[in-house]
Write a protein that binds this ligand. Structure first.
Ligand code: CIZ
Length: 322
């Protein structure tokens, strides 16, 4: 079985900044920009970002920044969220084509129709959705705060959860709440197979397996822990084992190694591949990040009404997850 084992980072030589990385830092200064990067982008960008984190942490950073420009290394719904939270800023994304399967699988027209069939239901949407879907939602959540948010909803209130069926079913298992689930899924996280992960655990005896809640139930059932990317950091840090198998987008391992340099991380095999990437996150290359800082394009543009409407459920999320 082919596996990628990332040895402790504190045993590796320190990497030097490349020319492109240096140019990005210069352009950032000239533009008075802040670089916000998701845990799933490449190591070269993580190394020079002002903040690396999950959607919740990135939203908080986007809201409070006083930079003129937000360069968002992530996917379009994340950059849109930054624009909604801080509309006076110029928000640029290295590649406008960087989308998300979850977003594509939740058409706002279909969701509006679905809502009509369930009058009175509260719509909680995972942040991985378009601004138009956010407008139709009552509360937004991330994988880091979903359990907490759903637990705060009165027990007798019907809930529609969109767009991730797997995150939704994990929340139902953990909270005991029934919810009406939308049918979306994350392409990357649904590539993992329980049988492959069982074999990997056998090969690395004693190493716990941590997976993301966007994975299907049969995969979650063989994991030792299921949690969001930010929570993976505390899980890996606090676990007694010095080797951990990670089933989420493999670039997360760069973040884990920087936070916990003394441990070894093993990328979980995924449908025969040694590691799982997110094809949208991979569109964030250092070259494109440099170009978007220099040209201030591609830029996120949203109309005023969409910003106003979509802000309401996002602000509710930030209030409920203090
Ligand atoms: O919430 C996020 O940023 C995503 C997409 C994953 C996670 O668990 O952090």
């Amino acid at each position: 079985m082919q596996t990628i084992v990332y040895p402790p980072l504190n045993l590796c030589p320190k990497s030097q900044l490349s020319d492109v990385q240096k140019k990005i830092l210069d352009a950032k200064k000239r533009r008075n920009a802040v670089i916000l990067a998701h845990n799933y982008v490449c190591r070269e960008i993580q190394e020079i970002a002002d903040y690396v984190g999950d959607s919740l942490g990135l939203s908080r950073q986007a809201k409070k920044t006083d930079a003129d420009v937000i360069a968002f290394a992530g996917v379009d719904f994340m950059a849109e969220t930054a624009k909604i939270l801080n509309p006076s800023k110029t928000v640029v994304l290295p590649d406008h084509a960087a989308g998300c399967t979850l977003e594509e699988l939740c058409d706002p027209i279909e969701l509006a129709y679905f809502k009509k069939q369930h009058p009175g239901a509260l719509v909680i949407s995972y942040i991985n959705c378009s601004a138009k879907v956010k407008e139709l939602s009552d509360i937004i959540c991330t994988s880091g705060n979903a359990l907490d948010i759903v637990s705060q909803i009165p027990k007798d209130r019907e809930i529609i959860f969109a767009p991730d069926q797997h995150l939704g079913s994990w929340i139902m298992e953990k909270t005991g709440r029934q919810m009406i689930l939308w049918h979306g899924y994350c392409w990357a996280h649904t590539q993992y197979k329980a049988q492959e992960l069982i074999a990997l655990k056998k090969a690395f005896k004693g190493a716990p397996l941590v997976c993301h809640p966007e994975c299907p139930k049969e995969v979650r059932d063989v994991a030792d822990e299921v949690c969001s990317t930010e929570k993976m950091i505390s899980f890996c840090r606090n676990h007694a084992s010095d080797r951990i198998i990670v089933a989420t987008v493999v670039e997360m391992i760069h973040r884990l190694r920087r936070e916990i340099p003394e441990k070894t991380f093993i990328a979980a095999i995924s449908s025969g591949k040694p590691a799982q990437h997110c094809r949208n996150m991979l569109m964030n290359t250092p070259e494109k990040l440099l170009a978007c800082l220099e040209n201030l394009e591609p830029r996120i543009e949203l109309d005023e009404q969409t910003i106003k409407n979509a802000l309401v459920p996002i602000e509710r999320m930030l209030e409920m997850s203090k």
